[in-house]
Design a protein around this ligand. Structure first.
Ligand SMILES: *[C@@H]1O[C@H](CO)[C@@H](O)[C@H](O)[C@H]1NC(C)=O
Ligand SMILES: *[C@@H]1O[C@H](CO)[C@@H](O)[C@H](O)[C@H]1NC(C)=O
Ligand SMILES: *[C@@H]1O[C@H](CO)[C@@H](O)[C@H](O)[C@H]1NC(C)=O
Ligand SMILES: *[C@@H]1O[C@H](CO)[C@@H](O)[C@H](O)[C@H]1NC(C)=O
Ligand SMILES: *[C@@H]1O[C@H](CO)[C@@H](O)[C@H](O)[C@H]1NC(C)=O
Ligand SMILES: *[C@@H]1O[C@H](CO)[C@@H](O)[C@H](O)[C@H]1NC(C)=O
Ligand SMILES: *[C@@H]1O[C@H](CO)[C@@H](O)[C@H](O)[C@H]1NC(C)=O
Length: 625
């Protein structure tokens, strides 16, 4: 009975639980360069110690901005470790994430540059280039943040050196948000990344994160920069302590406090509010505007009506907050995505009745996510990287072909329309001091047209799998230590136009199929090898034997050897016989003398018939000794 009652209660308390809080969102925070896990004040945020990086050096750092998390270590990536450096974080559940990276400044005096400028990519798509001046305590330039879909269980964040100092990273945050967060229309989705450009809380005085506002964890702990004037003489900040309805709704879970402050214009001769910012031209921007009627002087519908213009075009007409939300102190969120050709973005709140108001707004750059490189090709390049023992300075981290601004040094990329993926069509690693060997897996780079590995110290055989890269047009392996013979399979390379194998340690015949075609249609160089033969300009090869002939020769030699052994045996046996006969004769002399003579005569008679084999037999021992 009691148990039933308990069950009943459990059931009911489950029903009565507030509907929204699902499971907690996934959150991964890394304190770069930290040896131990860290908790930071004031909210006791948990940061994992540093992991998942591809290189770099941990160091002590300074926080370039007051809003940077209170972490005192960082990781920086000197150029000597390659231009591409990444954090690859695995076991991230499939979902929609706010990814945020705070930049750092290395404390050490002798550090190359106090303000490194570098590029940041997420999942291979470049989302940001640091601008000079970012480290001068400019809050919103102390980090980069983007909304991305992660579908393959991991996230790759890369930092690309641009020759202006060593990238330095203070922290990384991977915070799950609602699957539909910031849905802006049909273009939204896995093909787009929203990079936060501005997030302003109008009328607020202090910079705040969602967590400071006690915001929902599904909001992604956004940073809100305060703004108390748009620079107009007529605007004024207002605030309220009244609670706001409809604030923390899905999918974006905005903190209520965001709607408790606002900027309003106060004069009749300038009733508008105008906000202007610099942007990169020829991009799409997604603009999110927040309103709540918190001005006590506006008491109902029709008292405040305005249009919203973006770069002069009407984005929303006749906005009446009270009408649209159904009441005072109620949140209204509007969003619009626009293409911007020029270098400025201007938002105008243009009232047709009353004065303008705005509580907060957000501006995102809509970045088209890049297609990645074919995973097979990435694996093949990784194999190549270790087999050739590529020096550290090459880096070769992240995706080989993207971001397109930062492909791997030595790999040429081409977009393959049939698979919608990038593939490698050239390898240019000439004169790089490589000391490894060329792995068979190179043939997994099926789209290669050019390979130049000239002028290294690569050892071992030329992999015969090269013959399966049918697209190959030039193959330059000259000035290395390749040995063994040229694989027959290279004869299958019908597109080959240039083949340089000169100055190696190759030996044996040039495959006939190859030699024939090269002579007619391609340029080649085989000189300065240990023992190549078979085409004009090289020595003649010994007689060329087919497999059948080789077997024949082997059997022939064996039979001959057998014959020699047999004859040797005969010769030896007979010699023994003669010696024995002589010993007997010696004992039985003089009586036996005639017999001895007789046997010698007989021997001579016999030997005349076996002249050849006897010669062979007598030569035998010296041959075998
Ligand atoms: C960082 O600072 C701590 C003291 O705060 C010091 O013990 C440590 O050696 C420093 N690390 C480096 C890499 O300079
Ligand atoms: C953004 O605006 C579009 C219409 O332009 C609308 O369909 C969408 O629901 C809005 N997004 C959110 C999260 O309110
Ligand atoms: C902007 O969006 C439009 C579609 O709305 C698209 O055709 C265009 O390529 C986008 N431009 C950029 C730079 O992403
Ligand atoms: C709200 O606006 C709609 C038109 O957008 C209008 O039809 C309606 O009358 C307005 N509501 C009130 C209460 O004025
Ligand atoms: C390969 O590189 C070397 C040296 O860098 C160059 O001289 C040679 O012409 C290149 N080979 C081809 C086939 O382009
Ligand atoms: C090629 O050189 C390697 C050493 O670098 C040696 O082990 C191997 O036997 C050589 N192969 C041939 C076919 O000479
Ligand atoms: C062929 O290779 C040899 C030795 O590596 C070099 O001296 C010669 O100039 C090359 N010939 C051509 C035509 O490139």
């Amino acid at each position: 009975m009691l148990r039933h009652l308990l069950l009943f209660f459990t059931f009911f308390s489950a029903l009565l639980r507030p509907s929204h809080p699902r499971h907690a969102p996934y959150a991964m925070r890394i304190s770069c360069g930290a040896r131990n896990n860290v908790h930071t004040p004031p909210t006791n945020t948990f940061w994992y110690k540093d992991f998942a990086y591809t290189g770099g050096i941990p160091a002590n750092g300074t926080r370039p901005s007051n809003i940077s998390p209170r972490l005192y270590t960082l990781r920086y990536f000197p150029l000597s470790e390659g231009p591409e450096n990444c954090y690859n974080i695995n076991r991230v559940p499939k979902g929609h994430y706010a990814v945020r990276i705070f930049f750092g400044v290395v404390t050490e005096r002798n550090f190359d540059s106090n303000e490194p400028l570098f590029d940041v990519s997420v999942e291979g798509t470049q989302i940001y280039s640091l601008r000079s001046g970012w480290s001068n305590n400019i809050d919103e330039q102390a980090f980069v943040e983007a909304l991305v879909f992660l579908t393959d269980g991991s996230v790759s964040l890369c930092f690309h050196g641009t020759g202006h100092g060593d990238p330095a990273i203070l922290s990384i945050e991977i915070l799950q948000v609602d699957d539909r967060a910031y849905y802006f229309g049909p273009q939204w989705g896995q093909g787009t990344i929203l990079r936060t450009d501005k997030r302003l809380s109008c009328g607020a005085e202090d910079p705040k994160f969602d967590v400071d506002y006690s915001g929902d964890h599904w909001g992604g702990d956004r940073f809100w920069n305060p703004i108390i004037t748009f620079g107009q003489s007529s605007d004024r900040a207002i605030r309220t302590t009244n609670s706001i309805k409809q604030a923390s709704n899905p999918p974006n879970f905005y903190p209520e406090a965001l709607y408790q402050t606002a900027l309003i214009s106060t004069t009749d001769n300038q009733p508008e509010l105008v906000y202007t910012m610099d942007v990169d031209p020829n991009r799409n921007y997604s603009i999110w505007l927040h309103f709540a009627e918190i001005d006590p002087s506006v008491t109902g519908v029709g008292k405040r009506v305005f249009d919203i213009l973006i770069n002069g075009d009407v984005a929303f007409q006749d906005v009446d907050i009270v009408n649209m939300t159904g009441g005072l102190y109620t949140a209204l969120v509007l969003n619009k995505t626009v293409a911007v050709n020029g270098r400025t973005l201007t938002i105008t709140i243009h009232p047709t009745n009353g004065h303008a108001i705005i509580n907060a707004f957000e501006i995102f750059e809509v970045v088209m996510a890049e297609s990645k490189t074919s995973p097979d090709e990435v694996r093949a390049l990784q194999t190549l990287k270790s087999a050739l023992r590529l020096p550290l300075r090459f880096g070769w981290n992240g995706d080989p072909c993207i971001p397109q601004q930062h492909p791997w040094n030595g790999a040429d990329c081409q977009f393959d329309r049939t698979s919608s993926k990038w593939v490698i069509d050239g390898l240019g690693l000439d004169n790089q001091g490589l000391r490894g060997f060329l792995p068979n897996d190179i043939s997994k780079l099926r789209h290669l047209q050019n390979i130049n590995l000239s002028g290294n110290s690569i050892r071992g055989p030329i992999p015969s799998s090269l013959g399966t890269i049918t697209t190959l047009e030039t193959l330059d392996l000259s000035y290395n230590f390749f040995n063994g013979s040229i694989p027959e399979s290279l004869g299958q390379l019908t597109s080959l136009r240039r083949l340089n194998l000169n100055s190696n340690s190759l030996s044996g015949g040039v495959p006939a199929a190859l030699g024939g075609r090269l002579l007619h249609r391609a340029s080649f160089n085989f000189t300065d090898n240990a023992g190549l033969c078979g085409i004009p300009g090289l020595p003649m090869c010994g007689p060329h034997f087919s497999v059948g002939a080789k077997i024949g020769i082997a059997i022939g030699s064996f039979v001959a050897l057998l014959l020699v052994c047999t004859c040797l045996m005969c010769w030896w046996k007979r010699r023994q016989n003669i010696l024995r006969a002589q010993r007997i004769a010696a004992r039985e002399a003089p009586y036996a003398k005639a017999r001895t003579n007789f046997s010698r005569d007989m021997q001579m008679a016999r030997h005349q018939g076996f002249e050849n084999s006897r010669t062979a037999a007598e030569n035998g021992p010296s041959l075998l000794s």
